[in-house]
Design a protein around this ligand. Structure first.
Ligand code: ADP
Ligand code: ZN
Length: 704
């Protein structure tokens, strides 16, 4: 019998099994059943594919999604494995070929959807000897889950037919009810449960509560602007929102599409394929999107709203970074989301459970301790080590005495007879001069203007906490008005202590985050330009073979090549993800590319801006150039603007969004076409920093 370790190396190009993979494979090889629970990206496929390669006869893989099937089969073929899928989209000829391959035992893996399985079983499949059956996305058998598929319920009949071969059920859904349902529904007696860690350390976690709409747009544009070449998913609650955001991205110079269940299946498939093949970078989708997506280089996820439970949220963010490289996730949420979610579940028979799940989600979003630990504890894994890759760990709260702040807020609410929401409260406390406030005579309250020492964002931060601490309540059934709880009343009367976390501005948080990131990163000019060349090569090969790029190589593999600079085939084979077949097919070309990128002595004789130009041309980001040259980013910006004016092909739009340039343009016009930074900066309320204004003015001077 072939050895699983050798197969892992020779076929997949990996050196070591991930936790549990080997145990699962050996368990199956000994003929026993199993239920495998691993997070998305955890490496489930290898668990059933390697036994399939070792067993003598064919392995059936039941999988609900055609696109997912196709991609897995392509990936297997690219590694030299005899695999096929069987579905309704194929011609009769293709189907006959596959049946023939099965009859003559030439296939190792056959993928089928549950529907096609029923048909095939009635005609030809019944008589084909089978070694092993794997059921992917097995949570679809559970009526408790959101993904229940009636066809999965029929799988039990097959279990009876194949009761002498091992079964493996795989899923990323961890809750206990689903787990039990899986073994019951599939009729697996006493399967061994393999539950792997749900920790995905490469995903950064951040939550942005209560961000006003305009500010949110600006933040999101900046976020994706910093990740221009990278792919990402923005999850929205409603179909309309997906369309709105996609249009918003496109009008700001990005390449986005929307996706939701209201579209025809053809257009959905087209969008999905386009995303997988890197034809555009951003997809704005409802949660209908993603289950069949096996795209390994999704680099970010934004949630536009609070998800309805932690399982769903975890699965959605899990679609980023499947290749193990660092990826970022941001969750935006708003009290209105909570109302909407509560409304959704009112009619449900499982209302109580759903409400409880929403509550857990809110607790996560409002956490003041490590978010990853909260997530993991939800799945039954406990740790109190800070993860250092979530927003809370990165800028841990510093606690201050918040009694005066609390008293101001609470008396502000009381003096309006608990008749206002948080925006009006903040306006009163800060002494704002808005029409509605004057109409309602709130400018005559004793609390008017008492809190003008704190910015709007600061007040928002403190009020959120007073709500979390239970001093103030939001009336979800009464226009989100703020009400004072008995504990809140006690603060005014007694001398009770109130501990609040100090406000840290978003700009400062970003700075801290950036510092920790540049410390981690140490890529050089050669490395990243080589990476880009390898990526271009991969794209070409993928197009020739009509498969998604990651079927050829994952980003992680290209990255490692760019890092290690292998000199010969033996060294190339050491790279993770480089199996034997891929070495044969692509090895020579890759070694050639690496060779062409050997470090050259380019820098020292050049002028300072020329040196910056050389690094810029090799694909480094602004911060990387600054780090490499030991100069400040502002100096580098100066160089780039100068080079741009000298007509070098510098893409300044990388550093400033179209939206920002437009703002700078109108402000400049308003200020009689000034070219000074400060007046524009002040006119824009400090919302766009000096560097960006300088870049914006350079762009405007050239084209306008
Ligand atoms: P899942 O189906 O659990 O979401 P996959 O099976 O698609 O995850 O695996 C995720 C990624 O991890 C794939 O790119 C896969 O090639 C890779 N992978 C799996 N096992 C290993 C391993 N032992 N070493 C390195 N990479 C692995
Ligand atoms: Zn953390």
């Amino acid at each position: 019998m072939q050895n699983p370790n050798n197969i892992l190396k020779e076929v997949y190009g990996y050196d070591e099994f991930r936790p549990l993979q080997q145990e699962i494979i050996e368990h199956t090889l000994s003929g026993q059943n199993s239920v495998v629970i691993m997070p998305t990206g955890g490496g489930k496929s290898v668990c059933f594919q390697i036994p399939a390669l070792i067993f003598e006869k064919v392995t059936l893989v039941i999988s609900p999604l055609i696109s997912l099937m196709r991609d897995q089969v392509e990936a297997l073929k690219a590694n030299g494995v005899a695999a096929a899928y069987f579905n309704s989209s194929q011609s009769d000829f293709e189907k006959r070929m596959i049946v023939e391959e099965c009859r003559s035992n030439r296939l190792k893996l056959l993928y089928l959807s549950p529907e096609t399985l029923v048909h095939a079983f009635d005609s030809w499949l019944k008589d084909i000897p089978v070694s092993f059956v794997a059921v992917d996305e097995a949570h679809c058998v559970s009526m408790w889950g959101h993904d229940f598929r009636p066809e999965y319920a029929q799988l039990k009949n097959f279990r009876n037919h194949y009761n002498n071969v091992p079964f493996m059920a795989l899923t990323a859904t961890a809750d206990k009810i689903t787990r039990k349902d899986i073994s019951d529904q599939l009729g697996l007696d006493d399967p061994q449960l393999f539950l792997s860690s749900f920790n995905r350390a490469n995903l950064s976690l951040a939550v942005r509560p209560q961000v006003p709409a305009k500010k949110k747009e600006k933040e999101i544009i900046q976020f994706v602007g910093e990740r221009k070449e990278e792919c990402g998913i923005m999850y929205c609650l409603s179909r309309k929102e997906t369309e709105k955001w996609s249009a918003f991205f496109n009008s700001n110079g990005f390449n986005a599409r929307h996706y939701h269940a209201g579209m025809t299946s053809e257009s959905r498939e087209a969008v999905q394929d386009g995303f997988i093949n890197d034809q555009f970078t951003i997809i704005c989708a409802t949660i209908a999107f993603g289950m069949g997506i096996d795209k390994s280089n999704v680099r970010w996820i934004i949630h536009n709203n609070l998800p309805k439970n932690i399982e769903g949220y975890y699965q959605e963010i899990g679609r980023a970074g499947r290749d193990g490289l660092p990826s970022d996730t941001v969750l935006y949420y708003n009290y209105r989301d909570v109302i909407l979610l509560n409304d959704f579940v009112q009619e449900s028979e499982f209302k109580e459970t759903y409400l409880e799940k929403i509550k857990r989600m809110i607790q996560y979003a409002e956490a003041t301790s490590c978010r990853r630990n909260i997530l993991l504890s939800y799945f039954g894994e406990y740790s109190d080590e800070p993860c250092n890759n979530c927003d809370v760990c990165q800028s841990p709260p510093e606690f201050i005495d918040g009694k005066v702040i609390a008293q101001m807020a609470i008396s502000g609410i009381l003096r309006t007879q608990e008749n206002i929401g948080s925006t009006m409260l903040i306006n009163i406390l800060r002494g704002a001069k808005t029409g509605e406030l004057y109409e309602r005579n709130y400018h005559q309250l004793r609390t008017y203007g008492v809190g003008n020492g704190h910015s709007y964002a600061e007040w928002q931060h403190y009020i959120n906490q007073l709500i979390n601490l239970g001093f103030i309540e939001i009336a979800y059934d009464d226009h989100l008005k703020l009400k004072i709880t008995p504990e809140g009343h006690a603060i005014i009367k007694n001398d009770k202590k109130v501990q609040l976390s100090r406000f840290i501005s978003q700009a400062k948080k970003k700075k801290i985050e950036k510092e920790s990131k540049t410390q981690k990163k140490s890529s050089t000019a050669v490395e990243s330009s080589l990476f880009e060349s390898l990526r271009a090569y991969r794209k070409e090969i993928a197009a020739q073979n009509k498969v998604p790029a990651y079927v050829i190589f994952h980003d992680a593999t290209l990255n490692e090549i760019a890092n290690q600079l292998p000199k010969n085939e033996a060294e190339l084979l050491e790279i993770q993800g480089m199996g034997k077949l891929k070495l044969e097919r692509f090895g020579e070309a890759i070694l050639q590319i690496v060779n062409n990128h050997k470090p050259k002595e380019i820098t020292s004789k050049l002028s300072t801006s020329q040196q910056t130009l050389a690094l810029y041309n090799s694909g480094l980001s602004l911060d990387e150039i600054a780090a490499e040259r030991n100069l400040s980013p502002t100096t580098i910006i100066g160089h780039l603007c100068k080079l741009f004016e000298e007509n070098h092909p510098i893409d300044l739009n990388k550093y400033v969004t179209e939206y920002e340039v437009n703002q700078i343009r109108s402000s400049r016009k308003k200020l009689k076409n000034t070219n000074q930074l400060k007046p524009i900066y002040e006119d824009l309320n400090g919302e766009i920093d000096f560097q960006k204004i300088a870049i914006g003015l350079t762009i405007l001077s050239k084209y306008h």
